[in-house]
Design a protein around this ligand. Structure first.
Ligand code: HEC
Length: 116
């Protein structure tokens, strides 16, 4: 029987493609976004949404993990969903980078909890 190198190399390429896809899926499922979300919030939101320091009586305090997780859907809406009179764009007067928005959306889609 003649050994076909082309078939073999095609199979090898396919094999490595499948392996690499699988690896990506596993890492994104296991990735914990919350620490990044917290960092984004402390940099971009706490100037207005903190009870300490410059707390200006805003409706939403985002100081603790619990407070952040409780309003995960509003946070995601305020940075990623279309702006409307009922959904103001946050941070007010600014705009997060696309990368930061993506992190918040991934966190929300994963569950929006402090462990996600
Ligand atoms: C410059 C001040 C300021 C910054 C910075 C800011 N916000 Fe706000 N935020 C406000 C104000 C004021 C409101 C009330 C909006 C209104 O009804 O006009 C608000 C409202 C909200 C609401 C809706 C609250 C509700 O009860 O409906 C959410 C959620 C929110 N902000 C999240 C964020 C997030 C997340 C960030 C950071 C990415 C952020 N904000 C940054 C001032 C700010």
């Amino acid at each position: 029987m003649k050994f076909d190198k082309r078939v073999l190399s095609m199979l090898l390429i396919l094999f490595f493609l499948i392996i690499s896809c699988k690896k990506d899926d596993i890492t994104s499922q296991n990735e914990v976004y919350f620490p990044k979300v917290k960092a984004i919030i402390s940099q971009n939101c706490l100037s207005c949404h903190s009870k300490t320091g410059t707390w200006q009586g805003r409706p939403t305090a985002l100081d603790t993990d619990t407070e952040i997780a409780q309003v995960s859907s509003s946070i995601k809406a305020s940075v990623a969903d279309p702006v409307s009179p009922r959904n103001k764009r946050m941070p007010q007067g600014g705009q997060l980078s696309q990368n930061d928005v993506d992190i918040i959306v991934k966190w929300f889609n994963k569950g929006g909890k402090a462990s996600d």
